[in-house]
Design a protein around this ligand. Sequence first.
Ligand SMILES: NC(=O)c1ccc[n+]([C@@H]2O[C@H](COP(=O)([O-])OP(=O)(O)OC[C@H]3O[C@@H](n4cnc5c(N)ncnc54)[C@H](OP(=O)(O)O)[C@@H]3O)[C@@H](O)[C@H]2O)c1
Length: 344
Amino acid sequence: MTRKSKAMYLTSYPAGLPSGDNFAVREVEVPAPGAGELLLRTVWMSVDPYMRGRMRPDVKSYIPPFSLEEPLDGGAVSQVIESNAEGFEPGDYVVGFSGGWKEYHTSPAEGMTKVDPSIAPLSAYLGVLGMPGMTAWSGLTQIINPKEGETLFVSGAAGAVGSLVCQLGKARGMRVIGSAGSDEKCAWLESEGGCDVAINYKNYPSSGELTKALAEAAPKGVDGYFENVGGDHLEAALNVIAFGGRMALCGMIALYNNTELAPGPGNLVNMIGRGVMAQGFIVSNYMHLTPQFIAEVGPLVASGQVKFRETTYDGLDKAGDAFVGLFHGENFGKAVIRVGPDAL
Ligand SMILES: NC(=O)c1ccc[n+]([C@@H]2O[C@H](COP(=O)([O-])OP(=O)(O)OC[C@H]3O[C@@H](n4cnc5c(N)ncnc54)[C@H](OP(=O)(O)O)[C@@H]3O)[C@@H](O)[C@H]2O)c1
């Protein structure tokens, strides 16, 4: 039987900051599942900054651009309604990198992973136990390679990725400095989020001012920089980077809505004399290490040792607003959309 579902479309590619006008909900037909496929009902869906890159049809990227003719797509936790695949039963919950921005979808079972709501709330599989959590763990452990007593600087520290980086860095004995865009976020980072010092970057609106604040918080320099923001943050980090510093280049959200290429930081030369290593990465580079990530972070989340925040939006219709909110700092922790009325 073919079902109808609401699905969110991109109606136009944003120029600069995206707005609600770039999105519209339409009705689509959901085909019955074929062999090896599942019919799924979305329970929670994710909006993530990388999706902005998929809204630039003219830029070649590691992932193809969204089409204006197809529903948007992204990470989601769903419930199995019908299964034509071994190992999946109706009622199971699964997480996958596709399925989001729709209420129902048909998907190959391959690429869907069963998740257990008794370990953590289902939405956590889109955040701290999902792609952003894996990103945080990979960049920290595989690139920054922390050592006890070192100093770590994390930009975008109150976001889904940054908040886990801070806590994992702290657990490894680092002095942790985070930056975020509100006093409320900074207070949480210092009380629960693993930061020794949290800097509200909005109080330091130039790379020079940010450098001063960072240098005060990191008197011995920054050994590891986890880059989520770019622009002034990168320049400030390069000003205070220590000899032998390592930088995990994860994202540069401050640049994603630029309509022209921003000039690079003028102080890249610091990397030469200080022997700094910088490595860009995509979480999928490290997918083979997922069992290690889950083995470490799963118990920390289940026991409450790792704290995580979520900002919840209700209903597929709100997904465009949630996405736009990422670029205004409206989310505190992971932004998730409750699509199923029974979302656990
Ligand atoms: N390489 C990978 O595989 C990979 C995977 C996942 C994510 N990422 C990247 O990692 C970064 C963090 O992702 P996330 O999922 O943690 O993000 P998130 O939870 O969605 O948080 C995004 C946060 O970025 C901050 N922000 C937005 N615009 C900013 C600006 N112009 N200047 C400074 N801060 C700004 C906002 O917080 P404030 O209130 O602090 O401004 C916002 O809440 C992003 O750059 C993303 O693209 C990369």
